[in-house]
Ligand binder design. Sequence first.
Ligand code: NAD
Length: 399
Amino acid sequence: MPGLDPGIHRFREMDRRVEPGDDACKDPIMATHKLLLLPGDGIGTEVMAEVSRLIDWLNKAGIAKFETEHGLVGGAAYDADKVAITDATMALAQASDAVIFGAVGGPKWDGVPYEARPEAGLLRLRKDLALFANLRPAVCYPALAEASSLKPDVVEGLDIMIVRELTGGVYFGEPKTITDLGNGQKRAVDTQVYDTYEIERIGRVAFDLARKRRNKVTSMEKRNVMKTGVLWNEVITAVHDREYKDVQLEHQLADSGGMNLVKWPKQFDVIVTDNLFGDMLSDIAAMLTGSLGMLPSASLGEVDAKTGKRKAMYEPVHGSAPDIAGKGMANPVAMLASFGMALRYSLDMGDLADKLDAAIAAVLAKGLRTADIKSEGTNVVSTSQMGEAIVAELQALHG
Ligand code: NAD
C-alpha cells in the first residue's frame, strides 16, 4: 500500500490471528521470546505468579519457548537499591521482546523521595521505551454482564478498544509551572501540545487495530474549544483519507463521547484520543466491565527499523491493592489477559491469545470467581486457584 511506513506492515503482521493449522506449536524451529517480568509490589507479585505458572506450562508443553528475566520495580526496587528501577533493569527491558509488569506502590513508600517514588519506575519504563500508544480493551465476558453498574443488555457482549496517546499532550507539555504572583495569588499552567507526527502515529495504530476488528474508528477531541482538538481532527481525517479509506471513521467531541460510552457503548469499536481524554474515557470504559481486576492493557512504542520489532509493555490497569495484598484474594485475570495481549501484539501468537481468552471465558462461565467479581451462586476461589483453573482450561482447549 503506497504511503505506509514499513512499521505499519510489521504491526499488521503482529496482530495477525494465526489460522488453525499454523499454530506456533507445530513450528519445528520455534522462535525464542525474551520476556522481562517485573512483578512490583503488593498484589503485583501474586498475579505475576500466575503468569509464571502459565509460562512454565507453555514451555513444558512445547507450545512456546520463553526465556524470562526477573527484575524489581517500584517499592521493591527502592527497598533494594533506593531507586524505583535500576539502570540494569532498564537495560533488560530494552533487550526484551516484551516487558510484563505487575503493579507498584503502597503506603510503605509514601514518604520516599519524590524521584524514587514507586510510580517513577513505571514512568521511566514508559519514557525510555518511548511507549506512545496505550491500548485498553474493555470486554464484557457474558458471565459477568450482571457485575456491571449498567444494565446487562447495555454491556453484554461489549468489546471495545481505547487507544490513548501516552507520551504527549497536557501531561508533558511545557511550560508546566506554578508561579507566585506576589499578591496572595498563584498561577498554575499546564500546556497541551501536539505535533502532526504524534497524531499521525497514534491514528495509524487505531486504524490498523480497527482493520483486525470491526473496522470502525471513533476519534475524540474538543475541536470546539481547543486548538489541539482542531489539529487532532484535521490530522486523523487526513491519515484516514490518505491511507485507511476502507475503515469507517467518525468524530465525536470527547464530552459527548463520554456520555455515549455509558449510554450505548456497543456503538464503538476502536476509540482514539489524546492523553488526557484517554485517561478519563478509558477509566469510564473500564467500569462498564465490572471490576478493575479484569482489565488488561498494552503500551506500544515505534517499530525499530533494524529489528522490525516494537518495544512494548503489558500490565493490568489496577494498582497494587494494599487492602487485599498477601491474602490470596487478587483477581489474576487482568494480569493474565495482559500477557495475552503480549502474545497477540508482540509475539505473533494470536491463536494462543484467542485460546487464552476462551479459557478465561470458560472458567468464568463455570462459575469460578475471585472475591471482587463474586455473585450469588458462584464459587469463590483464591488467586492461585483461579490461575490454575485457567491454565487447566487452556490445556483442555489444546487437546
Ligand atoms: P488499586 O487498583 O490498587 O485498588 C483499587 C481497589 O480495587 C481496591 O479495593 C483493590 O482491592 C481492588 N482491586 C484492584 N485490583 C484488584 C484485583 N486484581 N483483584 C481484586 N481486587 C482488586 O488502586 P488504589 O487503591 O488507588 O492504589 C493502591 C496503590 O497502587 C497506590 O500506591 C497507587 O499509587 C498504586 N497504583 C499503581 C498502579 C500501577 O502500578 N500501574 C495503578 C494504580 C494505582
